[in-house]
Design a binder for this molecule. Structure first.
Ligand SMILES: NC(=O)C1=CN([C@@H]2O[C@H](COP(=O)(O)OP(=O)(O)OC[C@H]3O[C@@H](n4cnc5c(N)ncnc54)[C@H](O)[C@@H]3O)[C@@H](O)[C@H]2O)C=CC1
Length: 410
């Protein structure tokens, strides 16, 4: 691949990204009407889809000379099997992508640039196809809902039984879809360590206006089937001899619970400190289990954090910050962090200020990257941010001054 040409020509396209992505989908659906049904029906979901395409493309370009690129593409190909992507789709996408790049690049689209892109796309498509073909996993798992618990109006815990065991590690997530909302996939962390009966728990917080989260919390019933993709994510537990802190906010509790179950099965020698943050006491939905664990295990200490009475839900994060600051020895600890993207970002920042080592603070990659929230508070993906940079959002501007960016620090 001609990395130099690809990067410089992508820089031109990036400036007109929205146009490029819209042109791409119009071209794709016009020339391949049959493909339309593989994509979500709703306009809002198509917008997210557009974002994902651009995010994937941006990732590929940013990592062109990186050894992680091929494994990333293989995994992408493996995961695309659940969208029923076949060889004919790869060809159609390639033709429309090149057409969109050509249209957006204007005079910068020379025969040399076209050759570089068409070779690069071939490598991308071949690697994804190879990833799809060589995976021993099924393209997806159909899973029956065997239990549905609803806490309050907006939290659901669903227990699923997949038709085949779905390999996963404590702390990982899966993508989930339901026939109630065709074409919509969302990722949810699994709330349990692997079990002998292979059942899986999803903890779902309903997002206002969220199609799938609303269906999962309020509508889905036992006996119904969901579809799951393979497990992934970086929040898996690493056994070391260092003490451990687990920090969870909201349903970010799910992967932390899975890690705690793993520790309960194989107790650690060192101490484990758990912080559970919630918007109010009613949202500490797993408190009975946590209290049982705290009573049973000497190695476990628990701190619950909710906002002060009458305060906004995010004030709990300020209280957490204070609680973290009251503890010492952060450089010695491994920290696992899970919750709303902005919470994770802020808390990771606070921990770094308190001396936690970057390689010892684990969390899933942040779609948000400190770039704010989209309409309705939904997290933004990278491409979405790129297309529509929102103003920075400080949940409590008077509480702390805007941080210096990395490059501004002395
Ligand atoms: N692996 C992971 O990191 C996982 C992440 N999640 C995410 O966790 C979230 C859970 O949502 P809910 O349960 O509704 O949480 P929530 O909205 O009830 O928030 C829980 C607490 O997080 C903090 N928080 C929320 N938004 C914040 C912000 N913008 N800035 C600072 N602090 C903030 C507040 O202290 C709040 O009380 C979802 O966004 C979900 O995607 C869920 C599971 C796993």
């Amino acid at each position: 691949m001609d990395v130099r040409i690809l990067k410089s020509s992508f820089a031109v396209v990036e400036r007109r990204a929205e146009h490029a992505v819209k042109f791409f989908y119009s071209h794709l659906f016009w020339h391949n009407p049959g493909i339309r049904e593989l994509f979500p029906a709703s306009a809002q979901e198509m917008e997210r889809q557009r974002d994902r395409l651009f995010a994937a493309l941006t990732h590929v370009i940013a990592h062109l000379d990186d050894e992680t690129l091929l494994p990333y593409l293989r995994e992408l190909g493996r995961d695309h099997r659940k969208f029923l992507a076949g060889p004919e789709h790869y060809a159609a996408v390639g033709a429309s992508l090149l057409a969109a790049l050509a249209r957006t690049s204007g005079e910068a689209w020379t025969p040399e640039v076209e050759k570089a892109w068409s070779e690069a796309y071939q490598v991308i498509a071949d690697t994804m196809t190879e990833g799809a073909g060589s995976s021993e996993d099924p393209p997806w798992w159909d899973a029956e809902v065997v239990r549905h618990l609803q806490y309050g109006r907006d939290i659901g815990v669903l227990t699923l039984r997949p038709h085949l065991p779905l390999p996963h590690l404590p702390g990982q997530y899966v993508s989930v879809s339901s026939e109630r909302v065709p074409g919509v996939w969302r990722t949810y962390s699994l709330g349990n360590a692997p079990r002998p009966d292979h059942t899986l728990d999803l903890h779902v917080s309903r997002i206002e206006g969220g199609l799938l989260s609303t269906a999962l919390v309020r509508e889905v019933r036992p006996g119904e089937m969901l579809r799951l993709g393979a497990a992934g994510g970086q929040l898996t537990f690493r056994r070391t001899d260092r003490p451990v802190s687990l920090i969870a906010a909201g349903t970010g509790w799910a992967p932390i619970r899975a890690i705690l179950e793993e520790l309960a099965g194989h107790p650690p020698d060192q101490d484990v400190r758990l912080f559970v943050v919630a918007r109010d006491a009613a949202h500490l939905y797993d408190r009975p289990l946590i209290d049982r664990y705290a009573a049973a295990f000497r190695w476990l200490g628990v701190t619950y954090i909710t906002p002060a009475p009458g305060q906004h839900r995010n004030q709990a994060t300020d209280r957490l910050t204070t609680a973290l600051g009251n503890r010492a020895l952060w450089p010695e600890r491994d920290v696992y962090l899970s919750g709303p993207p902005q919470f994770v970002e802020e808390t990771a920042y606070v921990l770094a200020e308190l001396g936690a080592r970057p390689g010892r603070v684990f969390h899933d990659s942040l779609p948000l990257g400190g770039r704010g929230h989209g309409p309705g508070g939904r997290p933004l993906g990278f491409g979405e941010w790129f297309l529509n940079r929102p103003a920075p959002h400080w949940h409590n501007p008077s509480a702390r001054a805007p941080r210096a960016r990395e490059e501004d620090r002395p």
